[in-house]
Ligand binder design. Structure first.
Ligand code: UT7
Length: 352
């Protein structure tokens, strides 16, 4: 029986570390100013979110999401010991694509030097913080049906260019960071039901669509977005908008439910699983999920303290971070659970 194996993993974050203290001084180009631009404090951010710092790309006009993805992809390819030319499918999860169209997967294909490989299918998927688990479900189905043999699954985000660096936007702005994570997946013959990708689930509830959104492009309107350099209020739609409390409550519910069903449907218990990797949106969300779903605290991996919320990248980035620290090892079984804008949510169980 063909099953999906994780052949390689890689991640990338930019070098620029932005602390909570520095965040208050950034202007709308995320350049540090002498005076406070946003009324926020390190104490508030740490207490309400757990975040200490995040990474931003340099503000030199040279960086796009596909560049972050390229670095992560190269590391995953090296880890899998395969050449870019062997990739026959790219699945790219992002809410911060390089352009409105075409999708970022084709841009990455070119940057990987395999644009001439026309048999490499390129998918962009739009499930925000749930993108990685949705993409894993797609990749698993493609591989088990024999459709593709070497899939590059990417979650990458460049948030720092589209945040509202003012007190008005502080509830959202403090949460997000730039980063990318990648996996290479391929087929393996095995009758072991517990090997490779064991389980995925993907859910959505469009009632939550306007609880977390960015309408920088609204096709029902002409022009798509208003802009007035002299009036920041007019430019509100250029920045993400969120009903934080509704997102928080639904995130806890979605992640608890998907984690519990993952265990019930596979018959696994926490004794069979080495690590729980929740989406990294808010440390308080993750602590609540751990409490309600009765997850052993020593099995929980978080990185939000160092990277903030990197949306589609959080799961592979967190796994790779703790692998580099020597905590996560090849052969470990992971339960990942995610929730994001849409609302979308889901869970996956896989062996590294
Ligand atoms: O992947 C999915 C993406 N997003 C999420 O999962 C986010 C889910 N939601 C959250 O994480 C939380 O709702 C937030 C962290 C965004 C906000 O935390 P909260 O405990 O829900 O705070 P709040 O919105 O109720 O705000 C409490 C106070 C308000 O002041 P007043 O009205 O009580 O005077 C806010 O204006 O905190 C104020 N506030 C801030 N103060 C300092 C909001 N943001 C900030 C800030 N710094 N950055």
């Amino acid at each position: 029986m063909i099953r999906t194996k994780i052949l390689g993993l890689g991640s990338y974050v930019p070098e620029r570390v932005v602390t909570n203290e520095e965040l208050a001084y950034l202007d709308d180009q995320h350049v540090r100013q002498e005076t406070v631009q946003t009324e926020t404090t390190d104490e508030w951010i740490q207490k309400r979110t757990g975040i200490k710092e995040r990474r931003y790309v340099p503000n030199d006009g040279q960086w796009a999401t596909s560049d972050l993805a390229l670095h992560a992809a190269k590391r995953a390819l090296t880890d899998a010991n395969i050449e870019p030319t062997e990739i026959d499918c790219i699945i790219f999860g992002t809410l911060s694509p390089d352009f409105h169209f075409p999708g970022t997967a084709v841009v990455l294909q070119k940057k990987l030097g395999i644009a001439e490989k026309t048999s490499c299918a390129c998918f962009d998927i739009r499930q925000q913080c749930s993108g990685f688990v949705y993409g894993l479900q797609m990749a698993d189905a493609f591989i088990r049906t024999g459709m593709y043999k070497r899939i590059l699954l990417i979650g990458a985000e460049l948030h720092s260019h589209s945040l509202d660096y003012t007190t008005r936007g502080r509830d959202v702005m403090v949460l997000f960071g730039d980063g990318a994570g990648a996996m290479i997946l391929g087929p393996v013959e095995s009758d072991d039901q517990r090997s490779g990708v064991m389980y995925t689930s993907a859910h959505a509830d469009g009632n939550g669509a306007m609880d977390l959104y960015l309408k920088i492009f609204d096709i029902s309107r002409r022009p798509y977005v208003d802009y007035n350099p002299k009036d920041r209020e007019t430019n509100k739609d250029m920045y993400p908008q969120m009903d934080g409390k509704r997102v928080f409550l639904n995130a806890v519910r979605g992640m608890v439910m998907s984690t519990q069903s993952a265990l019930a449907k596979t018959g696994l218990s926490w004794d069979d699983i080495q690590w729980f990797v929740p989406h990294q949106a808010n440390l308080r969300i993750n602590e609540k999920v751990v409490e309600v779903a009765k997850i052993p605290a020593e099995k929980v991996l978080n990185t939000i303290q160092f990277y903030g919320n990197t949306t589609a990248a959080t799961v592979p980035l967190t796994i790779d971070h703790w692998r580099q620290q020597g905590k996560v090892k090849k052969g470990d079984r992971i339960l990942a659970s995610v929730f994001g804008s849409g609302f979308t949510w889901g869970a996956a169980i896989f062996t590294l």
